[in-house]
Design a protein around this ligand. Sequence first.
Ligand SMILES: *Cc1c(COP(=O)(O)O)cnc(C)c1O
Length: 529
Amino acid sequence: MFPEGHRLAPRTRLEGDTPMGIMEQVTMTDSLRGRTTPLHMDADAFRRAGHRLVDDLADLWDTIGERPVAPGKTLDEIREAMGSQAGLPEEGMDPEALLAETTRLLIDNSTFNGHPRFFGYITAGPAPIGVLGDFLASGINPNVGGWSLSPGASEIELQAIRWISELVGFPTSGRGILTSGGQVANMLGFWAARAAIADWPVAERGMAGEGSLPLRVYTSAGTHHWLRKVVDLAGLGTDSVRWIPTDARHRMDIRVLRSRIEEDVAAGARPFFVVGTAGSVGTGAVDQLPEIRSLCDEFGMWMHVDGAYGAFAAAASSAPDDLRALSSADSVALDPHKWLYAPLEAGCTLVRDPEALPRAFSYNPDYFHMSSEVTNFYEHGIQNSRGFRALKVWLSLRQAGRQGFRQMLDDDIELARRFHGIAAEHEELEAFTQGLSITTYRYVPRDLRARVGEAEVETYLSALNEAVLGRLEREGRAFVSNAVLGERYLLRMCIVNFRTGQEDIEALAEISAEAGRAVDAELRPGPLR
Ligand SMILES: *Cc1c(COP(=O)(O)O)cnc(C)c1O
């Protein structure tokens, strides 16, 4: 990014040049003077193409609920429609036609997480102001790796991080950074912990340096796969992770956690990193964060909270107290592209100790000329050049304010709770867990209701619901994903969606039951008829 001497060099002067002389040498054929390039768009063309794009997106959002959630096409059909097998074009084309064509192709071949009946995974639709923010951000194009390349943008990122801290109740005396997403945000928490806790110079000597102890990591069995990746990348190896079983409420079992830590200490290892989950992916479960804090204090460990899904719910009035205790963590990972409804990509790491990130990430190559008075984000994370992803987050925090976000979070949670009630009442649905804005449920044919729990019936119900999920995706009327609890394959709906309303959760119950009936008619084995 910032090598010195990369400033635009003055144009080399030719022998005998005078300002007049240069003028005279220019002929009509000197295409490098007043150069136009194949990427040029004149102001009018840019305006026309941009206005049309804005119109197309406004129309899309206006009618999105009437469209299929997913295109329901096969791989071959998508490739065919997108022309994605064609080679690199030798020659260019008109940018306005190109943009219009691409807009249409993407509208026809996308899964819409902004659809009011999108309930899959944990994926939010983009807030319109965030979409415009991304447009503005790339128009200005600051490199938010170094302050001098992005003065205004760097300050907006710092402010966005402080506002996120205020929103979830994390101390604003800490620091943070925006990342590509929750996975990387979690990984930064891990590296900050490793740099802070290892008693030997781990950056220089590595994991097996003199005086090193085998580091041990603790997390609940349901933790997202980011942890495996980071311990592998950091050279600890996945065997260093202690997967702690969960209790009846899908929370990390604190008594087992304590005994695993004690065993590791007795064996000469160094317990150093505990991940508390603030909203698990499968069921929205929240670990007992206050108890985790106490254990971390007792054993000198770093407390990290994976709040990629649930941390923002700490701002909701219905937030459980255990969730609010994320304020006591050493680091927290959050995901503005989930429950702050930011367009992809935007994750965020918060750390309590302002030095924690630079301790892990600050290298100063001699070709960087950076002031230490200001925040240079390349010293706080793994990226060097960085985009202005803070803008979309900052704009939506300003547009909705704390109260606006509290309302949206509360409503999403309330709708997921109501869906649990609807599924529990429904004659062909069975409701399971309800945590934050995630509800699990399944389709059960009326005549098998009385036999739920029998091994043969359970096996069939799992296969049936897996097929229901596939059918829902093909039909495109609603999009859900799944959870596996015990041996049971369940449907799982999650609302991080400011477009979803009561009518959509009522529709989801009926759509699920209809798909269930249709699949059951095709799939039921003879002995269960
Ligand atoms: C989504 C999620 C992640 C990963 O975040 P990405 O934004 O997909 O990188 C990690 N942990 C939890 C709990 C999540 O919900």
